[in-house]
Design a protein around this ligand. Structure first.
Ligand SMILES: [Zn+2]
Length: 317
């Protein structure tokens, strides 16, 4: 049973926004575009694996979670976690195309594309071993003692594994069912009640990755960010406010609430607080009262009064 389904992360939404709003000639533009594409590929792979797990039936109860981050000795960010009365399994999903080689001296993953282009990545083997070690500590400290396994999963057959890992289980998506079925299920270390407690423990402890605003995280000057309200129809940034509506100067689309998304993007990308003046600058408004009206939102927490008022956004997911 899926208890935390696949969802696009807020970090991903922030990366999309930053890529859209960063000037194309910025020195970090190309590397951020690559970061976005890596994340998109990663998400596609994780979604495909979660869809597969949804169809898996086992003769006992199990819970599956997408994207769980827990604090052990450091933050561990697991793509997929499965728990049952018998075991926990961490799945590290790798949506990497081309010819894949796992190397162990030193640990590294390299891939070669059909064009001959070659790239190296951090070893998922080392990461997985570290996650298993830390998750063991986290579970033990909370009073849950179960064997923890891990596997690197390739979601698509567009990855050709030339050299498989030497010490770690590696699976293609369609092998997951077979792999789970073959795990030891003799004497359950957890009762059904303890399993449900563990499920709730994980859901309560998981941390949402919120390195916002991204300009701070990536040391980008806010002057390099394109301001303005994005058109909800054609995605042009620079809608104009006319009386009670926003109108797109490119496609003539009219919207009442286009500023909602833009204010959210302000917090994801630009700054972690907004004043009336900053709101007018970012939304390109001339009128102080209009900005006050736009900042009246259940998602915004106000502190201070009158012209000293500032607002912060509370992200719930
Ligand atoms: Zn438009």
């Amino acid at each position: 049973m899926i208890v935390k389904p696949y969802t696009q992360t807020l970090y991903m939404e922030a990366l999309i926004s930053l890529n859209k709003r960063l000037h194309k000639n910025h020195p970090k533009y190309i590397s951020l575009r690559e970061e976005l594409h890596r994340n998109i590929a990663g998400n596609i792979g994780e979604e495909a694996v979660m869809n597969f797990i949804q169809k898996v039936n086992l003769p006992y109860k199990f819970y599956a979670f997408h994207n769980i981050s827990l604090y052990g000795e450091s933050l561990i960010q697991m793509d997929i976690l499965i728990i049952s009365q018998y075991y926990a399994v961490i799945l590290e999903v790798k949506n990497i195309q081309g010819e894949i080689e796992f190397k162990s001296h030193p640990f590294q993953l390299s891939r070669t594309l059909a064009t001959g282009e070659r790239q190296s990545f951090d070893s998922p083997e080392i990461q997985l071993q570290e996650y298993i070690y830390q998750l063991n500590g986290i579970f033990k400290e909370a009073g849950f003692s179960i064997p923890i396994y891990g596997a690197v999963v390739f979601p698509f057959t567009s990855s050709y594994i030339k050299t498989p890992p030497s010490k770690t289980t590696m699976l293609f998506r369609n092998e997951i069912r077979f792999y789970l079925r073959n795990l030891e299920t003799q004497n359950p270390p957890l009762s059904i009640e303890a399993l449900n407690n563990l499920k709730n423990f994980i859901l309560n402890k998981t941390i949402i990755y919120k390195p916002f605003p991204l300009t701070q995280r990536y040391s980008i000057n806010t002057d390099d960010i394109i301001t303005g309200v994005e058109c909800t129809s054609c995605n042009f940034v620079g809608m104009k406010k006319v009386t009670r509506h926003w109108i797109c100067t490119r496609c003539k689309n009219i919207s009442n609430n286009a500023h909602h998304q833009t204010i959210k993007e302000y917090f994801l990308v630009y700054k972690n607080s907004i004043s009336n003046k900053e709101c007018r600058h970012f939304l390109k408004l001339n009128n102080i009262h209009e900005a006050t009206r736009m900042l009246k939102s259940p998602n915004l927490i106000k502190t201070g009064k009158y012209k000293d008022a500032i607002y912060k956004m509370h992200f719930t997911h």
